[in-house]
Design a protein around this ligand. Structure first.
Ligand SMILES: *Cc1c(COP(=O)(O)O)cnc(C)c1O
Length: 412
């Protein structure tokens, strides 16, 4: 494929053509699995040659409702034909319903809608810094934010400033100051890191991108206690772990922790739309005043209508209970797979990581094999195969997937 030959001039394209054109015209910031998808329904995806795959990735948990969920599609069509975009310069008859629903759903006082997860994280950083200066009276520009090693909170230049992954940071400095990194799951390190200028502890309750890392039992509850004692806020990033993924509505619920704020995204958009939000208690959220923060697309009627319905479906269809039940079964069945390549299998709810020995195989290779056997997954780092099907998966569909995964490890 040469670059001056346009895709629009080609009569029929092979999968390899699509891949070449994307490679030619797109920046190489991803390394996709070699499959060209064209259609999705429920837990299933189809490639351009008609081959069917079980989705065990769910777009990093953004597709918990299943592909092209018909209930959400109906809302999308209706709202798109009525009013889709008008900015926050005006009120609409949709956003208030969504905000109320989201706050009642999460037990929070106020919500600030954004679009992507990273934007909601940035929103949280601005909120907690203001709280630090306005309420805690931290001296100007001295606020410190405690984060965890191996965190993942997104890709903006602000957020990568406190990442511990060199590939996220290489060549992107200078970085934003004011962050202090401590080991995930370490209570003593947290106590040692807090200073009078600490405004917040920002953490994922379970680390997703770093390989489905579940912290020691009781850790988050301890963090919450230490924060309260030291007049430090706790913000939990539930972008990937929220809305039933871990077998509870929020991963915080495993420890009965009620943080000052939660960052939400991914599944909130029902697999149709990028919708994120910072939800929080009054003492945090009141720091926002007109003009202090915003987003052209945040809270748009189309997104708000979809997210409102997405929340209702999560409740109506008992995503959390289903995820707990099938997740326990899934983990149990996967643990029966005997393979010299497997170092560890861990997970919570329908969120599982198969951790492999670094050699002779790699997580990438296993994901490529899984594709051949009709299961789509994606490696995270070199050694972890992530398995996170849409939460609408049935036991029968899951059983099919488990059989295919078993066959892949037999074939290695
Ligand atoms: C995916 C993710 C984000 C970033 O969300 P984007 O929509 O990709 O910006 C933030 N936090 C966590 C925990 C995530 O998994």
């Amino acid at each position: 494929m040469v670059k001056n030959k346009k895709i629009s001039e080609q009569k029929s394209l092979t999968p390899q053509d699509y891949i070449s054109v994307e490679q030619n015209w797109g920046a190489h910031n991803y390394r996709p699995i070699d499959v060209v998808l064209t259609r999705g329904k429920g837990v299933w995806l189809w490639d351009v040659e008609g081959k069917k795959y079980l989705d065990m990735m769910s777009a990093y948990s953004a597709v918990s409702h299943g592909h092209c969920n018909p209930k959400l599609l109906a809302v999308l069509k209706a709202q798109a034909g009525r009013l889709s975009m008008c900015s926050r310069a005006y009120y609409t008859d949709v956003l208030p319903r969504f905000l109320e629903k989201l706050c009642v759903f999460t037990g929070m006082d106020r919500a600030l809608p954004m679009n992507t997860g990273a934007e909601a994280v940035e929103t949280a950083i601005k909120a907690v810094r203001r709280w630090g200066y306005f309420t805690k009276k931290i001296p100007e520009n001295q606020a410190e934010i405690i984060v965890m090693s191996h965190n993942f909170h997104g890709r903006t230049s602000g957020i990568i400033s406190f990442s511990s992954d060199p590939s996220y940071k290489l060549g992107f400095g200078p970085f934003l100051p004011g962050f202090c990194q401590i080991p995930f799951g370490d209570v003593a390190a947290l106590e040692a890191a807090i200073t009078p200028n600490t405004c917040v502890v920002l953490t994922e309750p379970i680390q997703g991108e770093s390989g489905i890392i579940v912290p020691p039992k009781g850790w988050l509850a301890q963090v919450s206690k230490i924060c309260k004692k030291n007049k430090v806020l706790l913000i939990v990033d539930e972008v990937q772990s929220g809305f039933g993924r871990t077998g509870k509505m929020f991963a915080c619920d495993h420890e009965d922790v009620h943080p000052d704020g939660m960052i939400l995204g991914k599944a909130l958009g029902g697999g149709f739309f990028p919708i994120s939000a910072l939800v929080g208690k009054e003492h945090l959220m009141h720091v926002f005043t007109p003009g202090s923060h915003g987003s052209t697309f945040g809270g748009n009627p189309l997104g708000a209508a979809i997210a409102l319905r997405a929340l209702e479906i999560i409740e109506e269809e008992k995503f959390a209970e289903h995820s707990a039940e099938l997740g326990a079964y899934f983990l149990g069945e996967l643990k029966k797979i005997k393979s010299p390549h497997i170092r560890d299998i861990r997970g919570i709810g329908l969120w599982v990581g198969i951790d492999l020995y670094p050699s002779p195989t790699s997580a990438r290779l296993v994901c490529e094999k899984l594709k051949e056997f009709g299961v789509l997954s994606k490696e995270t780092h070199e050694t972890v195969v992530r398995l996170a099907p849409p939460l609408v998966i049935t036991k029968k569909e899951l059983d099919w997937g488990i059989r295919q995964i078993g066959k892949v490890f037999e074939s290695l």
